[in-house]
Design a protein around this ligand. Structure first.
Ligand SMILES: [Zn+2]
Length: 177
C-alpha cells in the first residue's frame, strides 16, 4: 500500500536524481547563477538522498562523524543562503552505527530544525527489482522507525518515500502498485 501512496511523489522526483553523483550535480546547478535565473519561470524540488549523509565508499562509522557533520552543515548552509527548502530521504541503516547513533540522528534533526522535510529511502537502500516484494516492504518498515519519530517531535508527519535507484518496478503493473 505504501507504494501506491508514494508513487506519484516518486514520479515528481524521477528526473532529479539517479545516483549519489547526481545529487551533487543538482545542488551545484541549483545554486548556480544560471539556475537562479531560471527560478522565476519554473519551480524544482530539491531533494537529497541517502541521509544522514552520503559518503561514497565510506559508510557511516564513528571516525567519519566530523566529515559527515561538515558535509551536512555545508549543504544546509547553501540552502539557507538561497532561502531554499528541500526534502531529504533517509536510509535508517546508517543511523544504526554503534557509537554514533545519537550523532547521526542529530544530523537529521539539523535538517528538520532548518525547516526541511525528511522521508523514507528504505532501511538498507534495496533495489526493488532485485528482491521480493516482501523483502522490499520489510525494508520499508524497518526504515520507517526513527525518522517518523523525529518528524513527530517537530510537529509534522512522515509523508514521503523515495525508491532507491528510482527503481519502481520492471513492469507497468509493478510501477502502478
Ligand atoms: Zn539512494
Amino acid at each position: 500500500m505504501f507504494v501506491s501512496m508514494t508513487v506519484r511523489t516518486q514520479r515528481n522526483y524521477r528526473r532529479i536524481e539517479r545516483s549519489r553523483l547526481s545529487l551533487l550535480i543538482a545542488l551545484v546547478l541549483a545554486v548556480s547563477p544560471f539556475a537562479l535565473a531560471q527560478t522565476s519561470a519554473k519551480t524544482i524540488a530539491l531533494t537529497f538522498d541517502d541521509l544522514p549523509v552520503s559518503t561514497i565508499g565510506q559508510d557511516p562509522q564513528p571516525e567519519f562523524t566530523e566529515r559527515a557533520s561538515n558535509i551536512t552543515q555545508k549543504i544546509l548552509s547553501v540552502l539557507k543562503k538561497h532561502n531554499a527548502l528541500a526534502a531529504g530521504f533517509v536510509n535508517e541503516m546508517k543511523l544504526n552505527t554503534p557509537g554514533a547513533r545519537d550523532f547521526y540522528c542529530g544530523l537529521l534533526m539539523d535538517w528538520l530544525v532548518a525547516g526541511h522535510l525528511l522521508g523514507n529511502h528504505g532501511y538498507s537502500h534495496l533495489e526493488f527489482g532485485q528482491v521480493t516484494l516482501q523483502q522490499y516492504e520489510d525494508d520499508f518498515l524497518r526504515g520507517d522507525v526513527i525518522t517518523p519519530l523525529l518528524l513527530n517531535y517537530r510537529g509534522t508527519k512522515a509523508r514521503y518515500y523515495r525508491y532507491p535507484y528510482n527503481d519502481t518496478g520492471d513492469t507497468a503493473r509493478a510501477e502502478l502498485l
